[in-house]
Design a protein around this ligand. Structure first.
Ligand code: TYD
Length: 397
């Protein structure tokens, strides 16, 4: 049974940055109720009513994974580990974005599937064969027919975006060699609960996985987890190592250790999520109190990083141009546009935060270390960051 535990108000599609605020654009802006449920049988946390992926993964998709130094380095590192640990000959990536992962492999060893046409064309252009398709059984059959089955399938921040997990995992099963390995990573519900990062809920994050939930689900599709890791990327992610259930691969002790930890933390209990929901309400109140106080004291506040996560915050907390002047972002195709729902203007991120800014809300709080290094002069001249994780607070030098 699916039970709602969190209501995050009306939300727009996070990737739908507006090019201008004319009447036509404002009238056709799409909103939905962002409610989050817990499945008491599968222990799975999901959006109650996911959006149709065809509305989300269009040829205007804005996010570029290689914009972040942290992610570039993380992918480079994991590719080296994969080469050593599994020595894969045939690799498939699901959701390749702008090629930040696959560019670490030779063009003859890896192919990709990526539904956003604008992104698929980036990697096709540099010579990596990329199917501009959604990941489903029909397309998986086409890909293996035209290529072969795979030794390694990798997917980062994509499986959690797919509403129909049955279709996703069945497609994995048919695409893997007998001893093939499937590795996927996505934001971790355990980190969301710990960090109070309710902004991990938005239209694209259809599910927030735990080990408990994935273990139960994979069993239905003749797959099993043989290793698991918790990662710091994206504000706390989980990486699953999966093989076919008949595989002789040794199961790492990490699996049982995390399993027991999740039971201890109550990730299988509805009450755990209900308590989280009350903490979210308190966080909203505190953030608004802080921003309103600073605003009254004539402080200039901007937001740093036009993230999808901050769309959830701005719309849930009702933060608009009255409280935050603008959002700065390094991504070229977000610049000059307006944030979904609350319509804050997005400006390029100049080398340093402009001199007249007193506070910068961290839309990209998951890159705090990278940002602090970049913005040393902002901090040393008395500038401060604001974040809501793990609690609402001001960060100074
Ligand atoms: P991301 O971490 O993928 O968050 P989400 O999935 O919530 O969108 O995106 C980070 C965004 O922040 C991206 O648009 C680039 C931007 N950014 C900056 O503008 N400056 C920075 O220094 C960093 C690290 C990120």
């Amino acid at each position: 049974m699916k039970k709602i535990f969190l209501k995050l108000s009306k939300q727009p599609i996070t990737n739908s940055y507006l090019t201008n605020l004319n009447k036509k654009n404002l009238e056709k802006e799409f909103f939905y109720n962002l409610n989050v449920s817990f499945d008491t049988k599968l222990f799975l946390v999901s959006l109650s009513k996911p959006i149709n992926p065809k509305k989300q993964y269009t040829n205007k998709y804005a996010h570029r994974a290689s914009e972040s130094k942290t992610m570039k380095a993380a992918f480079k590192n994991i590719c080296q580990i994969f080469k050593k640990r599994f020595n894969p000959k045939k690799i498939l990536e699901i959701g390749s974005n702008d090629g930040v992962f696959l560019s670490n492999f030779s063009k003859k060893d890896i192919i990709a599937v990526e539904p956003c046409k604008n992104l698929a064309s980036i990697t096709n252009k540099i010579g990596y064969k990329t199917y501009s398709n959604f990941w489903n059984i029909k397309n998986a059959k086409k890909i293996i027919k035209q290529n072969s089955k795979f030794d390694l399938i990798f997917s980062a921040n994509t499986i959690s975006h797919i509403p129909n997990l049955e279709e996703a995992f069945k497609s994995i099963y048919i695409s893997l060699n007998t001893d093939g390995i499937f590795v996927f990573e996505d934001p971790y519900i355990g980190s969301v609960l710990k960090m109070n990062s309710y902004d991990q809920f938005y239209d694209e994050h259809v599910h927030l996985f735990s080990l408990l939930s994935i273990k139960k689900i994979l069993e239905k599709y003749k797959l099993k987890i043989f290793d698991v890791e918790l990662l710091t990327t994206h504000g706390g992610s989980i990486r699953f190592y999966v093989c076919k259930d008949k595989s002789k691969i040794k199961i790492s002790p990490n699996v049982n250790i995390l399993y027991l930890k999740e039971i201890r933390l109550g990730l299988n209990k509805f009450q755990t999520y209900k308590s989280f929901s009350s903490r979210v309400k308190k966080s909203k109140k505190k953030l608004l109190t802080l921003l309103k106080k600073l605003n009254k004291n004539k402080k200039k506040i901007i937001s740093y990083g036009a993230t999808y996560k901050s769309t959830t915050i701005f719309n849930y907390c009702n933060i608009d141009n009255k409280l935050i002047d603008y959002v700065s972002d390094t991504t070229k195709n977000k610049q000059g546009k307006f944030t979904p729902g609350k319509h804050l203007p997005i400006y390029p991120q100049s080398k340093n935060i402009s001199k007249d800014v007193d506070y910068a809300f961290l839309g990209a709080w998951n890159f705090l270390d990278e940002i602090k290094k970049k913005e040393k002069s902002f901090l040393s001249r008395g500038g401060k960051f604001i974040t809501h994780v793990p609690k609402v607070r001001v960060i100074s030098k």
